[in-house]
Design a protein around this ligand. Structure first.
Ligand code: ATP
Ligand code: MG
Length: 574
Protein backbone atom coordinates (compact mmCIF):
# COMPACT_ATOMS: atom_id res chain seq x y z
CA UNK A 1 0.00 0.00 0.00
CA UNK A 2 1.35 3.47 -0.80
CA UNK A 3 3.11 4.64 2.28
CA UNK A 4 2.19 8.28 2.18
CA UNK A 5 -1.52 7.55 2.07
CA UNK A 6 -1.38 4.72 4.51
CA UNK A 7 0.13 6.95 7.16
CA UNK A 8 -2.94 9.14 7.22
CA UNK A 9 -4.75 8.98 10.47
CA UNK A 10 -7.87 6.83 10.16
CA UNK A 11 -11.01 8.61 11.27
CA UNK A 12 -11.51 5.95 13.84
CA UNK A 13 -8.49 5.94 16.12
CA UNK A 14 -8.77 4.00 19.33
CA UNK A 15 -12.03 2.09 18.85
CA UNK A 16 -12.92 1.57 22.50
CA UNK A 17 -12.15 5.15 23.36
CA UNK A 18 -14.15 6.55 20.45
CA UNK A 19 -17.10 4.31 21.33
CA UNK A 20 -17.03 5.43 24.94
CA UNK A 21 -17.02 9.11 24.09
CA UNK A 22 -19.43 8.93 21.18
CA UNK A 23 -22.93 10.36 21.27
CA UNK A 24 -25.35 10.95 18.40
CA UNK A 25 -26.11 14.41 19.79
CA UNK A 26 -22.47 15.35 19.37
CA UNK A 27 -22.28 13.66 15.95
CA UNK A 28 -25.21 15.82 14.86
CA UNK A 29 -23.02 18.90 15.34
CA UNK A 30 -21.03 17.91 12.25
CA UNK A 31 -24.04 19.08 10.25
CA UNK A 32 -24.83 22.77 9.84
CA UNK A 33 -28.59 22.60 10.32
CA UNK A 34 -31.11 25.19 9.23
CA UNK A 35 -32.24 28.23 11.17
CA UNK A 36 -34.75 27.21 13.81
CA UNK A 37 -33.45 23.67 14.26
CA UNK A 38 -34.42 22.33 10.85
CA UNK A 39 -32.30 19.82 8.99
CA UNK A 40 -32.39 19.15 5.27
CA UNK A 41 -30.19 16.54 3.61
CA UNK A 42 -29.90 18.52 0.38
CA UNK A 43 -28.79 21.71 2.12
CA UNK A 44 -26.09 19.79 3.98
CA UNK A 45 -25.03 18.02 0.78
CA UNK A 46 -24.76 21.04 -1.51
CA UNK A 47 -25.51 24.64 -0.39
CA UNK A 48 -23.62 24.27 2.83
CA UNK A 49 -20.42 23.73 0.86
CA UNK A 50 -21.16 26.79 -1.26
CA UNK A 51 -21.87 28.94 1.80
CA UNK A 52 -18.67 27.73 3.45
CA UNK A 53 -16.52 28.46 0.39
CA UNK A 54 -16.21 24.99 -1.10
CA UNK A 55 -18.59 25.51 -4.00
CA UNK A 56 -15.92 25.08 -6.66
CA UNK A 57 -14.84 21.65 -5.53
CA UNK A 58 -15.80 18.76 -7.78
CA UNK A 59 -18.76 16.93 -6.26
CA UNK A 60 -19.39 14.42 -9.03
CA UNK A 61 -17.39 13.09 -11.91
CA UNK A 62 -19.74 11.16 -14.11
CA UNK A 63 -18.60 8.59 -16.64
CA UNK A 64 -20.96 8.02 -19.55
CA UNK A 65 -21.33 4.69 -21.29
CA UNK A 66 -18.97 5.88 -24.04
CA UNK A 67 -16.46 6.84 -21.34
CA UNK A 68 -16.88 10.60 -21.85
CA UNK A 69 -16.81 12.32 -18.46
CA UNK A 70 -18.69 15.29 -17.05
CA UNK A 71 -17.85 17.17 -13.90
CA UNK A 72 -20.23 18.83 -11.51
CA UNK A 73 -19.02 21.20 -8.83
CA UNK A 74 -20.83 21.49 -5.53
CA UNK A 75 -22.12 24.82 -6.84
CA UNK A 76 -23.60 23.08 -9.89
CA UNK A 77 -25.43 20.52 -7.79
CA UNK A 78 -26.72 23.31 -5.54
CA UNK A 79 -28.16 25.34 -8.42
CA UNK A 80 -29.35 22.30 -10.40
CA UNK A 81 -31.24 20.90 -7.45
CA UNK A 82 -32.68 24.33 -6.63
CA UNK A 83 -34.03 24.54 -10.16
CA UNK A 84 -35.48 21.05 -9.81
CA UNK A 85 -37.08 22.02 -6.50
CA UNK A 86 -38.66 25.07 -8.13
CA UNK A 87 -39.87 22.96 -11.02
CA UNK A 88 -41.54 20.53 -8.62
CA UNK A 89 -43.19 23.44 -6.87
CA UNK A 90 -44.53 24.75 -10.17
CA UNK A 91 -45.83 21.31 -11.08
CA UNK A 92 -47.80 21.17 -7.84
CA UNK A 93 -45.59 18.72 -5.95
CA UNK A 94 -45.87 19.58 -2.27
CA UNK A 95 -43.78 18.74 0.79
CA UNK A 96 -44.54 15.17 1.85
CA UNK A 97 -45.51 14.03 -1.67
CA UNK A 98 -43.67 11.01 -2.98
CA UNK A 99 -41.48 11.36 -6.07
CA UNK A 100 -40.17 8.20 -7.72
CA UNK A 101 -37.08 7.95 -9.85
CA UNK A 102 -36.62 5.23 -12.44
CA UNK A 103 -33.16 6.06 -13.68
CA UNK A 104 -29.77 4.53 -14.17
CA UNK A 105 -26.64 6.27 -12.97
CA UNK A 106 -27.16 9.55 -14.83
CA UNK A 107 -26.49 13.11 -13.62
CA UNK A 108 -30.21 13.88 -13.51
CA UNK A 109 -30.56 11.30 -10.74
CA UNK A 110 -28.45 13.41 -8.37
CA UNK A 111 -30.17 16.64 -9.32
CA UNK A 112 -33.59 15.05 -8.89
CA UNK A 113 -32.82 13.41 -5.53
CA UNK A 114 -31.42 16.61 -4.07
CA UNK A 115 -34.21 18.70 -5.57
CA UNK A 116 -36.85 16.40 -4.07
CA UNK A 117 -35.33 16.87 -0.62
CA UNK A 118 -35.11 20.62 -1.08
CA UNK A 119 -38.82 20.58 -1.85
CA UNK A 120 -39.44 18.59 1.36
CA UNK A 121 -40.87 15.76 -0.73
CA UNK A 122 -40.03 12.06 -0.31
CA UNK A 123 -37.68 10.31 -2.73
CA UNK A 124 -38.23 6.70 -3.73
CA UNK A 125 -35.65 5.35 -6.17
CA UNK A 126 -36.45 2.26 -8.24
CA UNK A 127 -34.10 -0.07 -10.08
CA UNK A 128 -34.17 1.05 -13.70
CA UNK A 129 -34.14 -2.60 -14.75
CA UNK A 130 -37.54 -3.20 -13.13
CA UNK A 131 -40.31 -4.26 -15.46
CA UNK A 132 -43.87 -2.85 -15.35
CA UNK A 133 -45.09 -5.22 -12.62
CA UNK A 134 -42.58 -4.37 -9.87
CA UNK A 135 -42.93 -0.71 -10.75
CA UNK A 136 -46.70 -0.90 -10.43
CA UNK A 137 -46.52 -2.85 -7.18
CA UNK A 138 -44.27 -0.28 -5.51
CA UNK A 139 -46.12 2.71 -6.89
CA UNK A 140 -49.43 1.31 -5.74
CA UNK A 141 -48.08 1.15 -2.20
CA UNK A 142 -46.55 4.63 -2.22
CA UNK A 143 -48.87 6.56 -4.58
CA UNK A 144 -46.27 8.97 -5.92
CA UNK A 145 -47.42 12.19 -7.54
CA UNK A 146 -44.40 12.38 -9.82
CA UNK A 147 -41.98 10.09 -11.60
CA UNK A 148 -38.62 11.04 -13.06
CA UNK A 149 -37.43 8.72 -15.81
CA UNK A 150 -36.29 8.66 -19.44
CA UNK A 151 -38.47 8.45 -22.51
CA UNK A 152 -37.16 4.99 -23.33
CA UNK A 153 -37.90 3.60 -19.87
CA UNK A 154 -41.25 5.36 -19.79
CA UNK A 155 -42.37 3.86 -23.11
CA UNK A 156 -41.33 0.33 -22.22
CA UNK A 157 -42.18 0.11 -18.56
CA UNK A 158 -44.59 2.79 -17.43
CA UNK A 159 -46.85 3.54 -20.36
CA UNK A 160 -48.37 0.03 -20.36
CA UNK A 161 -49.49 0.47 -16.75
CA UNK A 162 -50.20 4.19 -16.71
CA UNK A 163 -53.96 3.63 -16.55
CA UNK A 164 -53.49 1.84 -13.25
CA UNK A 165 -51.56 4.69 -11.64
CA UNK A 166 -54.29 7.34 -11.18
CA UNK A 167 -52.30 9.13 -8.44
CA UNK A 168 -49.39 9.84 -10.80
CA UNK A 169 -49.90 13.43 -11.92
CA UNK A 170 -46.57 14.23 -13.50
CA UNK A 171 -43.92 12.40 -15.46
CA UNK A 172 -40.61 14.19 -15.93
CA UNK A 173 -38.46 12.90 -18.76
CA UNK A 174 -34.70 13.22 -18.77
CA UNK A 175 -33.83 14.18 -22.32
CA UNK A 176 -37.47 15.03 -23.09
CA UNK A 177 -39.85 13.15 -25.35
CA UNK A 178 -43.53 12.47 -25.67
CA UNK A 179 -45.58 11.61 -22.59
CA UNK A 180 -44.03 13.91 -20.01
CA UNK A 181 -42.39 17.16 -19.08
CA UNK A 182 -38.95 17.80 -20.53
CA UNK A 183 -36.47 17.97 -17.67
CA UNK A 184 -34.10 20.31 -19.49
CA UNK A 185 -36.87 22.75 -20.27
CA UNK A 186 -38.14 22.64 -16.71
CA UNK A 187 -34.68 23.36 -15.36
CA UNK A 188 -34.01 26.12 -17.87
CA UNK A 189 -37.24 27.87 -16.93
CA UNK A 190 -36.70 27.66 -13.18
CA UNK A 191 -34.74 30.09 -10.97
CA UNK A 192 -31.46 28.70 -9.67
CA UNK A 193 -32.14 29.46 -6.03
CA UNK A 194 -35.05 28.15 -4.03
CA UNK A 195 -36.56 28.13 -0.57
CA UNK A 196 -35.17 24.95 0.87
CA UNK A 197 -37.90 23.25 2.90
CA UNK A 198 -37.16 23.70 6.60
CA UNK A 199 -37.64 20.01 7.28
CA UNK A 200 -37.31 18.71 10.81
CA UNK A 201 -34.92 15.81 11.57
CA UNK A 202 -37.93 13.51 11.90
CA UNK A 203 -39.51 14.46 8.57
CA UNK A 204 -39.60 11.75 5.91
CA UNK A 205 -37.00 12.03 3.18
CA UNK A 206 -36.69 8.60 1.59
CA UNK A 207 -38.82 5.57 0.96
CA UNK A 208 -36.62 2.59 0.15
CA UNK A 209 -37.89 -0.79 -0.82
CA UNK A 210 -35.84 -3.71 0.54
CA UNK A 211 -34.09 -6.09 -1.84
CA UNK A 212 -36.81 -8.72 -1.65
CA UNK A 213 -34.31 -11.49 -0.94
CA UNK A 214 -36.58 -13.21 1.53
CA UNK A 215 -39.95 -12.31 0.03
CA UNK A 216 -42.19 -9.37 -0.75
CA UNK A 217 -40.17 -6.12 -0.59
CA UNK A 218 -40.99 -3.73 2.22
CA UNK A 219 -41.02 0.06 1.91
CA UNK A 220 -38.68 1.30 4.63
CA UNK A 221 -39.20 4.94 5.57
CA UNK A 222 -36.23 7.18 6.39
CA UNK A 223 -35.96 10.74 7.66
CA UNK A 224 -33.75 13.80 7.07
CA UNK A 225 -32.06 13.29 10.43
CA UNK A 226 -30.56 10.07 9.02
CA UNK A 227 -27.89 12.29 7.50
CA UNK A 228 -26.17 12.40 10.90
CA UNK A 229 -25.61 8.66 10.69
CA UNK A 230 -24.74 8.69 6.98
CA UNK A 231 -21.95 11.08 7.71
CA UNK A 232 -20.62 9.49 10.90
CA UNK A 233 -20.70 5.93 9.54
CA UNK A 234 -18.97 6.95 6.30
CA UNK A 235 -16.22 8.53 8.37
CA UNK A 236 -15.81 5.55 10.66
CA UNK A 237 -16.37 2.60 8.36
CA UNK A 238 -15.26 3.98 4.99
CA UNK A 239 -12.68 6.39 6.45
CA UNK A 240 -14.08 8.98 4.07
CA UNK A 241 -12.58 12.48 4.11
CA UNK A 242 -13.09 15.66 2.11
CA UNK A 243 -10.03 15.08 -0.10
CA UNK A 244 -11.08 11.57 -1.13
CA UNK A 245 -12.18 10.37 -4.53
CA UNK A 246 -14.95 7.96 -3.66
CA UNK A 247 -16.62 5.38 -5.84
CA UNK A 248 -19.73 3.56 -4.66
CA UNK A 249 -20.74 1.06 -7.32
CA UNK A 250 -24.24 0.36 -5.97
CA UNK A 251 -27.27 0.71 -8.20
CA UNK A 252 -29.36 3.82 -7.43
CA UNK A 253 -32.35 1.57 -6.76
CA UNK A 254 -30.70 -0.01 -3.75
CA UNK A 255 -30.30 1.69 -0.37
CA UNK A 256 -26.51 1.68 -0.66
CA UNK A 257 -26.88 3.76 -3.82
CA UNK A 258 -28.62 6.48 -1.82
CA UNK A 259 -27.00 6.44 1.62
CA UNK A 260 -23.44 6.08 0.29
CA UNK A 261 -23.91 6.68 -3.45
CA UNK A 262 -25.40 10.15 -2.96
CA UNK A 263 -25.76 11.41 0.60
CA UNK A 264 -22.67 10.50 2.63
CA UNK A 265 -19.97 11.55 0.13
CA UNK A 266 -21.71 14.88 -0.51
CA UNK A 267 -22.08 15.57 3.20
CA UNK A 268 -18.38 14.99 3.65
CA UNK A 269 -17.58 17.14 0.64
CA UNK A 270 -15.43 14.68 -1.32
CA UNK A 271 -15.50 13.91 -5.05
CA UNK A 272 -17.65 10.99 -6.06
CA UNK A 273 -17.40 8.92 -9.19
CA UNK A 274 -20.41 7.52 -10.97
CA UNK A 275 -20.25 5.19 -13.97
CA UNK A 276 -23.34 4.84 -16.12
CA UNK A 277 -22.19 1.43 -17.35
CA UNK A 278 -22.76 -1.88 -15.60
CA UNK A 279 -20.02 -4.15 -14.29
CA UNK A 280 -17.10 -4.89 -16.55
CA UNK A 281 -13.85 -6.03 -14.94
CA UNK A 282 -11.46 -4.18 -17.28
CA UNK A 283 -13.53 -1.01 -17.25
CA UNK A 284 -13.71 -1.03 -13.46
CA UNK A 285 -9.96 -1.32 -13.02
CA UNK A 286 -9.56 1.39 -15.63
CA UNK A 287 -11.95 3.66 -13.66
CA UNK A 288 -10.00 3.08 -10.46
CA UNK A 289 -6.80 4.04 -12.22
CA UNK A 290 -7.96 6.98 -14.35
CA UNK A 291 -10.12 8.59 -11.67
CA UNK A 292 -7.51 8.01 -8.96
CA UNK A 293 -10.13 6.50 -6.68
CA UNK A 294 -9.00 6.44 -3.05
CA UNK A 295 -12.01 4.81 -1.35
CA UNK A 296 -14.06 2.20 -3.12
CA UNK A 297 -17.33 0.73 -1.86
CA UNK A 298 -18.64 -2.30 -3.69
CA UNK A 299 -20.33 -5.67 -3.15
CA UNK A 300 -19.29 -9.32 -2.82
CA UNK A 301 -20.89 -10.27 -6.12
CA UNK A 302 -18.70 -7.71 -7.92
CA UNK A 303 -15.62 -8.89 -6.08
CA UNK A 304 -16.36 -12.49 -7.01
CA UNK A 305 -16.69 -11.41 -10.64
CA UNK A 306 -13.35 -9.62 -10.45
CA UNK A 307 -11.83 -12.75 -8.98
CA UNK A 308 -13.33 -14.72 -11.85
CA UNK A 309 -11.74 -12.31 -14.32
CA UNK A 310 -8.37 -13.40 -13.01
CA UNK A 311 -5.41 -12.15 -11.03
CA UNK A 312 -3.42 -10.95 -14.03
CA UNK A 313 -5.85 -8.26 -15.15
CA UNK A 314 -5.43 -5.84 -12.21
CA UNK A 315 -1.66 -5.92 -12.64
CA UNK A 316 -2.08 -3.90 -15.83
CA UNK A 317 -3.49 -0.95 -13.89
CA UNK A 318 -2.06 1.53 -11.44
CA UNK A 319 -4.24 1.21 -8.35
CA UNK A 320 -1.77 2.91 -6.04
CA UNK A 321 -4.18 5.66 -4.98
CA UNK A 322 -6.69 3.19 -3.61
CA UNK A 323 -6.40 3.13 0.16
CA UNK A 324 -9.61 1.42 1.22
CA UNK A 325 -11.90 -1.15 -0.36
CA UNK A 326 -15.16 -1.89 1.41
CA UNK A 327 -17.94 -4.34 0.66
CA UNK A 328 -21.56 -4.75 1.66
CA UNK A 329 -24.77 -6.55 0.78
CA UNK A 330 -23.91 -10.16 1.33
CA UNK A 331 -21.41 -12.08 3.37
CA UNK A 332 -17.91 -11.58 2.02
CA UNK A 333 -16.18 -14.94 1.78
CA UNK A 334 -12.83 -15.00 3.60
CA UNK A 335 -11.28 -16.07 0.31
CA UNK A 336 -12.26 -12.70 -1.16
CA UNK A 337 -10.52 -10.80 1.64
CA UNK A 338 -7.40 -12.86 1.09
CA UNK A 339 -7.63 -12.35 -2.68
CA UNK A 340 -7.83 -8.60 -2.14
CA UNK A 341 -4.72 -8.69 -0.03
CA UNK A 342 -2.78 -10.86 -2.47
CA UNK A 343 -3.94 -9.49 -5.78
CA UNK A 344 -5.02 -5.89 -5.12
CA UNK A 345 -2.50 -5.36 -2.36
CA UNK A 346 -5.22 -4.33 0.06
CA UNK A 347 -7.66 -6.35 2.11
CA UNK A 348 -11.37 -5.86 1.56
CA UNK A 349 -13.27 -4.41 4.51
CA UNK A 350 -16.63 -6.07 4.93
CA UNK A 351 -19.46 -4.23 6.60
CA UNK A 352 -23.03 -5.09 7.45
CA UNK A 353 -26.27 -3.18 7.37
CA UNK A 354 -29.80 -3.29 5.97
CA UNK A 355 -32.29 -1.08 4.21
CA UNK A 356 -33.96 -0.76 7.61
CA UNK A 357 -30.84 0.48 9.41
CA UNK A 358 -30.26 3.17 6.79
CA UNK A 359 -26.50 3.10 7.34
CA UNK A 360 -23.56 0.87 8.21
CA UNK A 361 -23.96 -0.82 11.60
CA UNK A 362 -21.10 -3.34 11.84
CA UNK A 363 -17.78 -2.92 10.09
CA UNK A 364 -14.15 -3.88 9.68
CA UNK A 365 -12.23 -0.63 10.17
CA UNK A 366 -9.07 0.63 8.60
CA UNK A 367 -7.62 1.14 12.06
CA UNK A 368 -8.17 -2.46 13.12
CA UNK A 369 -6.99 -5.86 11.93
CA UNK A 370 -9.50 -7.53 9.64
CA UNK A 371 -10.72 -10.98 10.49
CA UNK A 372 -11.49 -12.51 7.08
CA UNK A 373 -15.05 -13.78 7.05
CA UNK A 374 -16.15 -11.47 9.87
CA UNK A 375 -18.42 -8.45 9.44
CA UNK A 376 -16.38 -6.59 12.05
CA UNK A 377 -17.53 -4.66 15.10
CA UNK A 378 -20.41 -2.25 15.67
CA UNK A 379 -19.84 1.36 14.64
CA UNK A 380 -19.58 3.81 17.53
CA UNK A 381 -23.05 4.73 18.75
CA UNK A 382 -24.47 1.30 17.91
CA UNK A 383 -25.18 -1.33 20.51
CA UNK A 384 -25.43 -4.73 18.85
CA UNK A 385 -26.37 -7.95 20.59
CA UNK A 386 -26.95 -11.61 19.82
CA UNK A 387 -30.34 -12.81 21.02
CA UNK A 388 -32.65 -15.81 21.10
CA UNK A 389 -36.33 -15.41 20.35
CA UNK A 390 -38.33 -17.50 22.80
CA UNK A 391 -41.58 -19.28 21.98
CA UNK A 392 -43.59 -16.67 23.89
CA UNK A 393 -42.15 -13.86 21.77
CA UNK A 394 -39.73 -12.57 24.40
CA UNK A 395 -36.01 -12.37 23.68
CA UNK A 396 -32.97 -13.16 25.77
CA UNK A 397 -29.49 -11.93 25.09
CA UNK A 398 -26.72 -14.48 24.62
CA UNK A 399 -23.75 -13.62 26.76
CA UNK A 400 -21.37 -16.38 25.74
CA UNK A 401 -19.00 -15.99 22.83
CA UNK A 402 -19.41 -17.89 19.57
CA UNK A 403 -22.99 -18.92 20.22
CA UNK A 404 -25.39 -18.45 17.34
CA UNK A 405 -28.39 -16.19 17.62
CA UNK A 406 -30.17 -13.33 15.92
CA UNK A 407 -28.36 -10.06 15.42
CA UNK A 408 -30.23 -7.37 17.34
CA UNK A 409 -29.68 -3.63 17.62
CA UNK A 410 -30.76 -1.15 20.28
CA UNK A 411 -33.01 1.36 18.49
CA UNK A 412 -32.18 5.03 18.61
CA UNK A 413 -29.60 5.79 15.93
CA UNK A 414 -30.60 8.55 13.48
CA UNK A 415 -30.85 6.49 10.28
CA UNK A 416 -33.11 3.89 11.84
CA UNK A 417 -36.19 3.31 9.65
CA UNK A 418 -39.44 4.75 10.95
CA UNK A 419 -41.74 2.10 9.58
CA UNK A 420 -42.70 -0.02 6.61
CA UNK A 421 -45.16 2.05 4.60
CA UNK A 422 -48.72 0.78 5.23
CA UNK A 423 -47.41 -2.26 7.11
CA UNK A 424 -47.61 -1.29 10.75
CA UNK A 425 -47.90 -4.87 11.99
CA UNK A 426 -44.85 -6.05 10.06
CA UNK A 427 -42.90 -3.11 11.46
CA UNK A 428 -43.96 -3.79 15.05
CA UNK A 429 -42.90 -7.41 14.76
CA UNK A 430 -39.29 -6.40 14.19
CA UNK A 431 -39.05 -5.17 17.80
CA UNK A 432 -38.96 -7.14 21.04
CA UNK A 433 -37.46 -6.69 24.46
CA UNK A 434 -36.07 -3.26 23.59
CA UNK A 435 -34.24 -4.58 20.51
CA UNK A 436 -34.66 -4.24 16.79
CA UNK A 437 -34.38 -7.77 15.40
CA UNK A 438 -32.50 -8.00 12.12
CA UNK A 439 -33.57 -11.45 10.91
CA UNK A 440 -29.91 -12.42 10.42
CA UNK A 441 -28.21 -15.19 12.40
CA UNK A 442 -24.71 -14.36 13.64
CA UNK A 443 -22.07 -15.24 16.23
CA UNK A 444 -19.96 -12.83 18.25
CA UNK A 445 -16.45 -13.91 19.14
CA UNK A 446 -14.69 -13.19 22.42
CA UNK A 447 -13.17 -9.98 20.96
CA UNK A 448 -16.50 -8.58 19.88
CA UNK A 449 -16.25 -9.35 16.14
CA UNK A 450 -19.51 -10.45 14.53
CA UNK A 451 -19.66 -13.41 12.15
CA UNK A 452 -22.53 -13.90 9.73
CA UNK A 453 -24.11 -17.36 9.75
CA UNK A 454 -27.10 -16.87 7.46
CA UNK A 455 -30.47 -15.25 7.19
CA UNK A 456 -32.86 -16.80 9.69
CA UNK A 457 -34.90 -18.14 6.75
CA UNK A 458 -31.85 -19.71 5.08
CA UNK A 459 -30.28 -21.47 8.03
CA UNK A 460 -30.31 -25.24 7.51
CA UNK A 461 -31.36 -27.64 10.24
CA UNK A 462 -29.67 -31.01 9.89
CA UNK A 463 -29.39 -33.82 12.45
CA UNK A 464 -29.79 -31.40 15.32
CA UNK A 465 -27.21 -28.92 13.98
CA UNK A 466 -27.82 -25.47 12.62
CA UNK A 467 -25.82 -25.06 9.45
CA UNK A 468 -25.13 -21.59 8.12
CA UNK A 469 -25.07 -21.48 4.32
CA UNK A 470 -22.30 -18.88 4.37
CA UNK A 471 -19.79 -21.19 6.00
CA UNK A 472 -20.42 -23.92 3.46
CA UNK A 473 -20.35 -21.49 0.53
CA UNK A 474 -17.08 -19.99 1.73
CA UNK A 475 -15.43 -23.40 1.82
CA UNK A 476 -16.71 -24.23 -1.67
CA UNK A 477 -15.27 -20.95 -2.97
CA UNK A 478 -11.83 -21.93 -1.69
CA UNK A 479 -11.72 -24.52 -4.44
CA UNK A 480 -9.94 -23.03 -7.47
CA UNK A 481 -12.75 -24.09 -9.84
CA UNK A 482 -15.54 -22.41 -7.88
CA UNK A 483 -16.52 -18.81 -8.67
CA UNK A 484 -19.74 -18.64 -6.67
CA UNK A 485 -21.86 -20.92 -4.56
CA UNK A 486 -25.38 -20.94 -3.11
CA UNK A 487 -26.31 -23.47 -0.46
CA UNK A 488 -29.75 -24.62 0.65
CA UNK A 489 -31.31 -27.33 2.80
CA UNK A 490 -33.46 -29.99 1.11
CA UNK A 491 -35.85 -32.18 3.11
CA UNK A 492 -34.57 -35.49 4.36
CA UNK A 493 -36.66 -38.06 6.23
CA UNK A 494 -33.87 -38.96 8.63
CA UNK A 495 -31.93 -35.82 9.49
CA UNK A 496 -34.63 -33.26 8.60
CA UNK A 497 -32.57 -31.38 6.00
CA UNK A 498 -29.43 -32.10 4.00
CA UNK A 499 -27.16 -29.57 2.43
CA UNK A 500 -27.28 -29.05 -1.29
CA UNK A 501 -24.97 -26.68 -3.17
CA UNK A 502 -25.33 -24.85 -6.46
CA UNK A 503 -22.03 -23.85 -7.93
CA UNK A 504 -20.86 -21.56 -10.74
CA UNK A 505 -17.44 -22.30 -12.16
CA UNK A 506 -14.45 -20.13 -12.96
CA UNK A 507 -13.31 -19.75 -16.54
CA UNK A 508 -11.44 -22.72 -17.90
CA UNK A 509 -13.28 -25.32 -15.80
CA UNK A 510 -15.78 -27.79 -17.23
CA UNK A 511 -18.69 -29.13 -15.18
CA UNK A 512 -17.57 -32.76 -15.19
CA UNK A 513 -18.48 -35.58 -12.85
CA UNK A 514 -14.86 -35.75 -11.80
CA UNK A 515 -14.82 -32.10 -10.80
CA UNK A 516 -18.06 -32.53 -8.88
CA UNK A 517 -16.49 -35.34 -6.86
CA UNK A 518 -13.37 -33.32 -6.28
CA UNK A 519 -15.31 -30.34 -4.93
CA UNK A 520 -17.44 -32.60 -2.74
CA UNK A 521 -14.31 -34.21 -1.35
CA UNK A 522 -12.77 -30.80 -0.66
CA UNK A 523 -15.91 -29.71 1.19
CA UNK A 524 -16.10 -32.92 3.19
CA UNK A 525 -12.47 -32.61 4.21
CA UNK A 526 -12.90 -29.02 5.34
CA UNK A 527 -16.36 -29.22 6.89
CA UNK A 528 -16.86 -32.80 7.94
CA UNK A 529 -19.59 -35.07 6.58
CA UNK A 530 -22.42 -33.60 8.70
CA UNK A 531 -22.05 -30.09 7.31
CA UNK A 532 -20.62 -30.69 3.82
CA UNK A 533 -23.05 -30.69 0.90
CA UNK A 534 -24.49 -34.04 -0.01
CA UNK A 535 -25.03 -32.91 -3.58
CA UNK A 536 -23.65 -30.30 -5.96
CA UNK A 537 -25.37 -28.95 -9.07
CA UNK A 538 -23.42 -26.86 -11.54
CA UNK A 539 -25.05 -23.68 -12.79
CA UNK A 540 -23.91 -21.04 -15.31
CA UNK A 541 -25.02 -18.41 -12.84
CA UNK A 542 -27.01 -18.25 -9.62
CA UNK A 543 -30.27 -16.31 -9.26
CA UNK A 544 -29.54 -12.93 -7.67
CA UNK A 545 -31.43 -9.86 -6.64
CA UNK A 546 -30.69 -6.64 -8.48
CA UNK A 547 -28.62 -5.63 -5.49
CA UNK A 548 -26.44 -8.69 -6.11
CA UNK A 549 -27.62 -11.10 -3.42
CA UNK A 550 -27.90 -14.81 -4.07
CA UNK A 551 -31.59 -15.74 -3.76
CA UNK A 552 -31.34 -18.99 -1.84
CA UNK A 553 -35.09 -19.14 -1.33
CA UNK A 554 -35.50 -19.27 -5.12
CA UNK A 555 -32.89 -22.01 -5.49
CA UNK A 556 -34.85 -23.89 -2.87
CA UNK A 557 -38.30 -23.29 -4.35
CA UNK A 558 -37.09 -24.46 -7.75
CA UNK A 559 -35.38 -27.49 -6.27
CA UNK A 560 -38.53 -28.51 -4.44
CA UNK A 561 -40.91 -27.56 -7.23
CA UNK A 562 -42.64 -24.96 -5.08
CA UNK A 563 -44.04 -21.58 -6.21
CA UNK A 564 -41.27 -19.06 -6.80
CA UNK A 565 -42.89 -16.36 -4.67
CA UNK A 566 -42.12 -12.67 -5.27
CA UNK A 567 -39.32 -12.48 -7.81
CA UNK A 568 -39.77 -8.84 -8.74
CA UNK A 569 -36.19 -8.03 -7.76
CA UNK A 570 -34.66 -11.01 -9.54
CA UNK A 571 -31.94 -9.98 -11.93
CA UNK A 572 -32.54 -11.52 -15.35
CA UNK A 573 -30.66 -14.78 -15.49
CA UNK A 574 -28.11 -15.16 -18.22
P1 ATP B 1 -35.58 -8.45 2.11
O1 ATP B 1 -35.51 -7.81 3.45
O2 ATP B 1 -36.63 -7.85 1.24
O3 ATP B 1 -35.60 -9.92 2.13
P2 ATP B 1 -32.77 -7.89 1.89
O4 ATP B 1 -32.74 -8.19 3.35
O5 ATP B 1 -31.79 -8.61 1.02
O6 ATP B 1 -34.23 -8.10 1.30
P3 ATP B 1 -31.38 -5.39 2.04
O7 ATP B 1 -31.87 -4.50 3.08
O8 ATP B 1 -30.87 -4.83 0.76
O9 ATP B 1 -32.57 -6.34 1.65
O10 ATP B 1 -30.24 -6.31 2.59
C1 ATP B 1 -29.89 -6.46 3.94
C2 ATP B 1 -29.45 -7.86 4.20
O11 ATP B 1 -28.32 -8.20 3.38
C3 ATP B 1 -28.98 -8.13 5.59
O12 ATP B 1 -30.05 -8.36 6.47
C4 ATP B 1 -28.11 -9.36 5.41
O13 ATP B 1 -28.89 -10.55 5.33
C5 ATP B 1 -27.46 -9.08 4.08
N1 ATP B 1 -26.16 -8.44 4.27
C6 ATP B 1 -25.83 -7.16 4.05
N2 ATP B 1 -24.52 -6.94 4.31
C7 ATP B 1 -24.02 -8.11 4.72
C8 ATP B 1 -22.72 -8.53 5.16
N3 ATP B 1 -21.68 -7.72 5.19
N4 ATP B 1 -22.59 -9.83 5.53
C9 ATP B 1 -23.64 -10.67 5.49
N5 ATP B 1 -24.86 -10.32 5.10
C10 ATP B 1 -25.06 -9.06 4.70
MG1 MG C 1 -34.07 -7.76 4.86
Amino acid sequence: MPEQLDQRRPNLGDYEDVCRKFSWERAAKALAGLPGGGLNIAFEATDRHVVEGRGDRIALRWIAQDKATREFRYRDLATGSARFCNALDKLGIDPGDRVFTLLGRVPALYIAALGVWKRGAVLSPLFSAFGPEPIKARMTIAEPKALVTTHRLFERKVKPILGELPFLKTVILVGGGEGGEDLDELLADAPDTCDIAATRPDDLAILHFTSGTTGRPKGAMHVHGAAVAHRATAEFALDLKADDVFWCTADPGWVTGTSYGIIAPLLIGCTMISDEEEFDAGRWYENLEREKVTVWYTAPTAIRMLMKAGSELPKRYDLSRLRLIASVGEPLNPQAVVWGREVLDRPIHDNWWQTETGGIMVSNYRSMPIRPGSMGRPVPGIEAGVVHREEDGSVTEIGTADEEGELALRPGWPSMFRGYLHEEERYRKTFAGGWYLSGDIVKRDADGYFWFVGRADDVIKSAGHLIGPFEVESVLIEHPAVAEAGVIGTPDPVVMEVVKAFVGLNRGFEPTEELRKEILAHARKRLGPAVAPREIDFRDSLPKTRSGKIMRRLLKARELGLPEGDISTLESEK
